[in-house]
Design a protein around this ligand. Sequence first.
Ligand SMILES: [Cu+2]
Length: 378
Amino acid sequence: MTRNNETKAGANRRTLLKTAGAASALTLAGCVSSGEQDDPAAENPEPQPQEEGLDPAKSLDTDRIAADPTELPDPVDWNEPRHHEIEMVTTEETAEIEPGVTFDYMTFDGRIPGPMVRVRRGDTVNLTLTNEEGNAMPHNIDFHAVYGPGGGADDTTVSPGESATIEFKAMYPGVHVYHCAVPNMDHHISAGMFGAILVEPEGGLPEVDRELYFGQHELYTNGQSGEEGHHAFDFDSMRKEDPTYVCLNGEAYAFTGNGYGPITVQKGERVRIFHSQGGPNLMSSWHGIGNVWETFYRDGDVVSDPDRYVETAPVAPGSVAIAEIDTPVPGPIKLVDHALSRVVRKGMLGVVQVEGEEEPEIFNPNPGQPSGGAESDD
Ligand SMILES: [Cu+2]
């Protein structure tokens, strides 16, 4: 069930799709075809015994699968119900988990997590899902923000080359996961098919200085973490819920010095972090090393009173949590799952770097020195 292994042509096609995808968010849905139901049983790569050793790394369809955590829609600034036309494209593509380690991902719009959908309670959404031509498998989308069969999945199941459209009203507020929900949904979610839909309450969310959007999930492969080569998906390790990697945004250590670098914020900013937990199986013990969840919205609930000063919070697979943090001192805030073997050995780490002058009255790395003005530690 591996996809074609094109290189240049694939890259060109990818570029075109990226352009189309970027332009298509919230634009008019064009052609609408039937949502013909595929026979999901046809897509059933049940586990074959894995041979010893990995194949050589495959050529890449994209040089980046991790979504940029700073890319999310602006807060709702309207006060009347609106209508949104949204298009998403499902992709199957080979990318690197970390340098030299390739994997066959599946995505919404070519990134993990998929793009955040952001609406106001009472808005309607007209959503067109297109399964990219050349894909091997059927896909669909289940929004946890939707009253309706399968959260929309039943009526968006599309074979490669097909599109389907649904329309729904966002009746209840909160931030919710969406994910692919074909019969092998655990495989598809693991491979990257999840994201978040935020339905803001009528009064909106409190104003903050900056927002970030991440997604955690597990990759189950036939190799060891860090082992160079092409990692095939491994149903047996998924059945045992024993992942090879636990990733933030689809890659290992993407937002550290070993990847694209930390996400920078300025000292004093209040930062809202959305943490979508795709799973498919693991509960995250979500923690920010060197900080605290000053305000924590449990289970995506944005209506009840939030919790305060939470150190480590459970985030269930199939849910999204929101934390708001303060950043009174410079230095790194390390976003982790406090099941720490997932951090040390499996890739689950992202760094938010707070930039600014030292605040020795709050944290002094060199007490006794005249100025207290040491460099911020790493
Ligand atoms: Cu899928």
